[in-house]
Design a protein around this ligand. Structure first.
Ligand code: BTN
Length: 244
């Protein structure tokens, strides 16, 4: 599991994504690197939410990837690579898992991990990605207002070595990146593990609740759902929510 990424280890930080962004600006020659912290005081989640993670129990880290050669119109590629690398990593310890579009990791009804990718675009290329990952590893109790949150420990009753998971994720991620897998091939693998693919489930959009079936994902990540009237509805992130 040898990799060349340098790892910055912090005891406590506001958010590893924010730290990584500032560090990358101050150290333009650093290349790719990882920042991992035992505690975040202001961990950032999707949709402007806060990411709550108990000190010393879980994994909170950001991987900075520079000079990504994928074109910006295939923006979702980075997202799929990260989701699949995370899926492969956690599946070794807990299975079966599902990826919830665009990039949450679920075991049954419990969310085990979340991803926050912040891309910088230069021209038509993704120039830098800050890939923030939170994996609930050894936390055994979650606040009452997070009924969907679970950890590898709560779902498998086994305590895990956080460093081993970090190393495994980095090597899985590099493997996906180095292979330069084509969008369509990655998409097949992603869809196979996607929660709700080809199953009728309940969704909510700006017009209200409806039943739909995921039939496709477009290059920009748009989710394509077939509704009961056989109409394909397409959504960008935050425009639709799975009700489960
Ligand atoms: C989500 O809402 O599902 C995304 C959660 C992402 C959390 C991680 S923890 C490490 C990194 N730093 C942050 O501030 N957020 C991400």
């Amino acid at each position: 599991m040898n990799h060349l990424l340098s790892i910055i280890r912090l005891e406590s930080v506001s958010s590893t994504n924010e730290f990584a962004q500032k560090y990358a600006i101050r150290h333009p020659d650093e290349g790719d690197f990882v920042v991992v912290a035992n505690e975040q005081s202001h961990g950032k989640g999707q949709r402007g939410n806060t990411w709550f993670s108990e000190k010393d129990k879980n994994l909170c880290f950001s991987l900075v990837k520079q000079n990504i050669v994928y074109p910006a119109d295939e923006l979702f590629l980075v997202n799929m690579i990260v989701s699949l690398a995370l899926f492969d990593t956690v599946s070794v310890l807990l299975s079966p898992l599902k990826i919830k579009w665009p990039n949450d990791l679920y075991f049954g009804y419990k969310k085990i991990a979340g991803i926050l990718v912040e891309n910088s675009i230069r021209g038509r290329r993704i120039s830098q990605s800050i890939i923030g990952i939170g994996i609930n590893v050894n936390q055994d109790v979650f606040p009452d207002d997070l009924p969907r949150a679970g950890s590898i420990l709560t779902e498998s009753q086994k305590v895990q070595d956080r460093e081993r998971i970090l190393q495994l994720f980095i090597s899985n991620f590099e493997r996906y990146f180095l292979k330069k897998i084509k969008f369509d091939i990655l998409k097949q693998h992603y869809m196979k593990n996607l929660l709700g693919y080809q199953c009728v489930l309940s969704y909510k959009d700006a017009r209200g609740l409806f039943d739909g079936r995921i039939v496709d994902i477009e290059a920009d990540g748009r989710l394509c759902l077939l509704d009961k009237q056989d109409v394909i509805r397409k959504y960008l992130f935050k425009e639709v929510e799975l009700i489960h």
